[in-house]
Design a protein around this ligand. Structure first.
Ligand code: AMP
Length: 510
C-alpha cells in the first residue's frame, strides 16, 4: 500500500500530515498527488469526504514552498462555491502548512474588503475565494492574476448549479495559459465536461467511487408520510420528525436535518428548539458570524442538531455525524447522495432517515433510481398517521393555549398570500422560542416579513454592486437557489412559492 512518504511531498508537509494523524493516502490522494507534483493538470471526480481537499492542497503547498509571492499577485488560487467550503479549505491549508512559511488570504463575502485588501497588498501564496468575491476584487483593480501558477476549482458541479460557470470561465481567462489546473467535481455533467475540455490540458483523470453506491456503512430508511389533513401537514411532519429522532435514542448523538427551503429550515429549527431539542438553523440568509458560530458549535459537539439547506451545508466537513434526517426529499436526486454523505464518514457507521410526503414521491423515485436500490420503508414511530393535533406538551403551554384560535384565523387569511406555512404560524406563537413561552395573552407578531411578503430576499452575502451586474448565471443558472425552491409540483401557488419570488443571490455566494 502506498504511503505518504512515497509521494515526494515536502518533509515539512509530511510532518504536518503525520501530526494530523493520517496514516495512508486516500484513493483520490494517491491518484492526484503524484500527478499534481509532476506538474500535470488533474481532473478529480470525487466528492467531499474522500480526502479531496488534501489531494490538491498538499501538492500545491509542496510546489509553493519555494519562492515568494509579490504584492497583489497571488501564486495560486482555489475557487470554492460557498463561503463555508472556502473557509474549510483555508482551515485545511493552515493544518498542512503549519511548518511552512506560506501566506494565504480568504476572499469571501460577508468579510470587509479592507481587511482582505491589506492581505493581498502584502502578497499571498494562496488565495482561497468564492468566484464572485474574487471578481469583485479584480474589478476594483486590487488583484492581479497573471502570476497564478496553480488554479484549483473545487466542487465544480456545485459551481454549475449555482450559476458560477461564466465566472469560472472568466477567471480562467485572467490567469496565465501556462498555469496548472486541478479541477474537482463530484459528477461530470456535460457542461463540466465542456469546461474541462476547454481549460484543462491532457489531465490525469482520477475517479473515486461515489458514496451512495459504496456507502454500505450508511443505513438508509424512508418514512412514507401522509398528513391527516392538508392544513396539518407541516405540524404533523415536524411532530413525525421529532418522533423519528426520539426513536433513535442515544444512538443519535448528533444530526444534520436537511430541508429544501430556507423557511422550512427556520421553522423546523424553531419547532425543535421549542420542544427542547438542541437545534439551530443554517442557511444563506443568516448573518455570516451566526453561521460560523452555529457551525463551530456543531463541530465542537456543543450543538446536537443542525438544520440546514443544501447550499449552506454543501461540502461541509463534519467528521462525526451519527444521523442525517431528510425532512424533505431533495428535489435533485444527487443532493440525496451529498446529504447522506454527511454521515458514515471515515469508516464510521451512519444512518440516513427521510420523510417522504405524497407530493415528494416522484422525487423519491428519482432518488431510488440514482442509488440503484430500494430504500427500506420505515414504520411511523407515531403508529399510523400522525394525530391531527401536535398534542399538548408541558414545555409548550403557550402554543397549545392559543393554537386553535390562531389556526383558524391564520389559515384562512393566509391562504391567498403564502399558504405554505399555516402550521408554522401556529407553532411559533412567540418571537423568541429558546425559552419556554410565557402564557400567551395576545397573538404573537405575524411571521417574519419574508414569509408574509415573499419579496426577493436581501442577504448578508449580497454583492454590494448587485450580483447580477456581471450577468452571472445566464444559461448555466438553471438550478440556482434550488434549496429554496424545493422540487415539489406547483399547484397554483399551492404549497409552493414560485422560484422567481424566492429568488435570492446570496446562495450563489459572493
Ligand atoms: P475532504 O474530502 O477533503 O473534505 O476530507 C474529509 C476528511 O478526511 C477531513 O476531515 C480530512 O481531515 C480527512 N482526511 C483527509 N485525508 C485523510 C487521510 N489520508 N487519512 C485520514 N483522514 C483524512
Amino acid at each position: 500500500m502506498i504511503k505518504f512518504s512515497d509521494l515526494s511531498l515536502n518533509p515539512k508537509v509530511l510532518k504536518a500530515i503525520e501530526e494530523a494523524g493520517y496514516e495512508t493516502p486516500t484513493p483520490i490522494q494517491a491518484g492526484a498527488i503524484p500527478a499534481a507534483l509532476a506538474g500535470r493538470d488533474v481532473l478529480g471526480i470525487a466528492q467531499t469526504g474522500t480526502g479531496k481537499t488534501a489531494s490538491f492542497v498538499l501538492p500545491m503547498i509542496t510546489a509553493l514552498a519555494r519562492g515568494r509571492a509579490r504584492a497583489r499577485m497571488p501564486r495560486s488560487l482555489v475557487l470554492c462555491p460557498t463561503r463555508e467550503l472556502a473557509a474549510q479549505v483555508a482551515e485545511n491549508f493552515d493544518t498542512y502548512t503549519k511548518h511552512l512559511k506560506l501566506t494565504k488570504a480568504l476572499l469571501i463575502g460577508g468579510v470587509s474588503f479592507k481587511e482582505q485588501d491589506k492581505l493581498i497588498d502584502k502578497g499571498v501564496d494562496v488565495l482561497i475565494a468564492t468566484p464572485g468575491r474574487l471578481l469583485d476584487h479584480h474589478e476594483r483593480g486590487k488583484l492581479i492574476l497573471t502570476d497564478v501558477k496553480v488554479m484549483v476549482v473545487d466542487e465544480a458541479d456545485r459551481m454549475l448549479d449555482m450559476g458560477f460557470i461564466p465566472d469560472i470561465e472568466r477567471i480562467f481567462g485572467l490567469t496565465p495559459f501556462t498555469r496548472q489546473t486541478l479541477f474537482f467535481s463530484a459528477t461530470m455533467a456535460p457542461e463540466i465536461e465542456r469546461i474541462t475540455n476547454t481549460f484543462l490540458s491532457n489531465p490525469e483523470r482520477i475517479e473515486v467511487a461515489r458514496q451512495a453506491t459504496t456507502g454500505e456503512n450508511i443505513t438508509q430508511g424512508v418514512l412514507m408520510f401522509k398528513a391527516s389533513r392538508k392544513d396539518r401537514e407541516a405540524t404533523e411532519k415536524r411532530k413525525t420528525l421529532r418522533a423519528l429522532i426520539d426513536a433513535e435514542g442515544d444512538k443519535c448523538s448528533n444530526a444534520i436535518i436537511f430541508c429544501n427551503r430556507k423557511m422550512d429550515v427556520d421553522a423546523v429549527a424553531k419547532s425543535l428548539k421549542k420542544y427542547g431539542y438542541d437545534a439551530a438553523p443554517i442557511h444563506g440568509d443568516l448573518d455570516q458570524s451566526q453561521r460560523t458560530k452555529t457551525l463551530d458549535g456543531f463541530r465542537a459537539g456543543e450543538l446536537r442538531f443542525l438544520v440546514a439547506s443544501d447550499v449552506a451545508a454543501r461540502g461541509l466537513d463534519v467528521p462525526a455525524v451519527s444521523h442525517v434526517f431528510n425532512y424533505d426529499v431533495p428535489s435533485h436526486a444527487e443532493d440525496y447522495v451529498h446529504r447522506i454523505g454527511r454521515t458514515g464518514r471515515a469508516g464510521r457507521d451512519g444512518k440516513a432517515i427521510m420523510i417522504c410526503t405524497p407530493r415528494d414521491e416522484k422525487n423519491f423515485e428519482d432518488v431510488e433510481r440514482l442509488v440503484q436500490k430500494p430504500i427500506p420503508r420505515l414504520d411511523n414511530p407515531l403508529g399510523g398517521a400522525a394525530p391531527a393535533d401536535e398534542g399538548p406538551k408541558v414545555t409548550d403551554e403557550a402554543s397549545t393555549a392559543d393554537k386553535p384560535k390562531r389556526t383558524r384565523t391564520r389559515t384562512r387569511s393566509r391562504k391567498q398570500d403564502t399558504p405554505k406555512e399555516p402550521a408554522a404560524a401556529v407553532e411559533t406563537p412567540k418571537p423568541q422560542v429558546e425559552k419556554p413561552a410565557p402564557k400567551a395573552t395576545k397573538p404573537a407578531p405575524e411571521k417574519p416579513a419574508e414569509q408574509q411578503t415573499p419579496a426577493p430576499q436581501k442577504s448578508e452575502n449580497s454583492n454590494p454592486r448587485g450580483s447580477s451586474s456581471r450577468g452571472r448565471g445566464g444559461s448555466n443558472n438553471r438550478n440556482s437557489n434550488r434549496d429554496d425552491r424545493g422540487g415539489n409540483k406547483v399547484v397554483g401557488l399551492g404549497d409552493h412559492t414560485p422560484g422567481f419570488i424566492e429568488f435570492s443571490f446570496e446562495d450563489r455566494e459572493n
